[in-house]
Design a protein. Structure first.
Length: 302
């Protein structure tokens, strides 16, 4: 039952075991990961095009996305608000001027356009000879290998993670509250609880959650998972500046795994350097936990 979990996580583990001190190689890997994300999302779009009566399933995609987004958002913000009540307001330096939200939103829009391009190309391809599932599987394994190398060489050490109690607390609250939201979403949609937990374990990592769920549950639910986590990232960009002063844990935690990369500049500019270690620790933990829990819960679907 867990063979699929081991096969997919093996490249991640192998990558995490590869030390690399060359800055040029690390830069190459970072660029390759960014390109691989576009490739895999493009292949996911082609897979979506191969679904019979795709227009009929669009309602399902957006309904599942919106229900999970609403449930997980409410659960996350409630849990992180309680953490802020215990910790109090953020004190310290003010952040730099805000980044252009339009530029960040444009980056996310590009990802949607890549999937759309895949759907359009998929209309011209024959699923009998174009082995999109096999290509997606190999591309995913390569992506996980590269991500494993990234995480190993991100500069984070176990001692740094364990000593940052705020970052640990944020990551734990995001995990547990996300599962609560996922269970609520699954109940509302009449889905198995294990699928709801898998949806909730993306933690904003849209490129990974969409691919893994698409591989296990099909491109319709995979697309819903992608949109759910992408929308979470977009909401985070919009609410971080408003939440940072009074509710810093909410601002840091809601972005989930993206707190260590995509939303990190927004967090730094809104809360100053004080929040950077917290964001990196919480994002790092959620990045490691995401694929493990997604595949673990999907393996229970059977």
């Amino acid at each position: 039952m867990y063979s699929g979990l081991l096969i997919v996580l093996l490249p991640l583990a192998l990558g995490y075991g590869i030390p690399c001190r060359s800055r040029s190689i690390i830069h190459f890997i970072n660029v390759a990961v960014a390109r691989m994300v576009y490739l895999i999302l493009f292949l996911m779009g082609i897979s979506l095009a191969f679904v019979d009566d795709l227009s009929v399933h669009l309602g399902t995609i957006f309904t599942v996305c919106l229900v999970f987004l609403a449930c997980i958002t409410v659960a996350n913000l409630a849990g992180l608000w309680l953490l802020d009540v215990k910790r109090g307001r953020l004190e310290g330096e003010r952040g730099a001027p805000a980044l252009s939200k339009w530029a960040l939103l444009l980056d996310s829009a590009k990802l949607c356009l890549v999937i759309l391009a895949g759907v359009l190309l998929g209309q011209l391809l024959d699923p009998e000879w174009f082995a999109v599932e096999r290509l997606s599987e190999w591309a995913l394994m390569l992506l996980l290998l590269l991500i494993g190398i990234q995480l190993r060489n991100s500069g984070m050490r176990l001692r740094q993670i364990l000593l940052n109690r705020w970052g640990l607390a944020v990551a734990l609250v995001v995990m547990v509250s996300s599962w609560g939201g996922g269970l609520a979403g699954a109940w509302l949609l009449g889905m198995p609880a294990s699928q709801g937990l898998a949806f909730a374990s993306g933690y904003g990592w849209y490129s990974l959650s969409g691919i893994l769920i698409s591989d296990q549950l099909g491109p319709v639910l995979g697309s819903a998972a992608f949109l759910n986590d992408l929308a979470r990232e977009l909401v985070a960009i919009l609410i971080i500046p408003a939440l940072m002063r009074r509710h810093p844990s909410c601002a840091i935690g809601y972005g989930g795994a993206t707190a260590m990369d995509f939303t990190l500049p927004v967090l730094q500019r809104s809360g100053g350097v004080t929040v950077v270690p917290v964001a990196i620790v919480s994002g790092f933990i959620l990045s490691l936990a995401g694929p493990v829990f997604i595949l673990g819960f999907l393996s229970l679907t059977g």
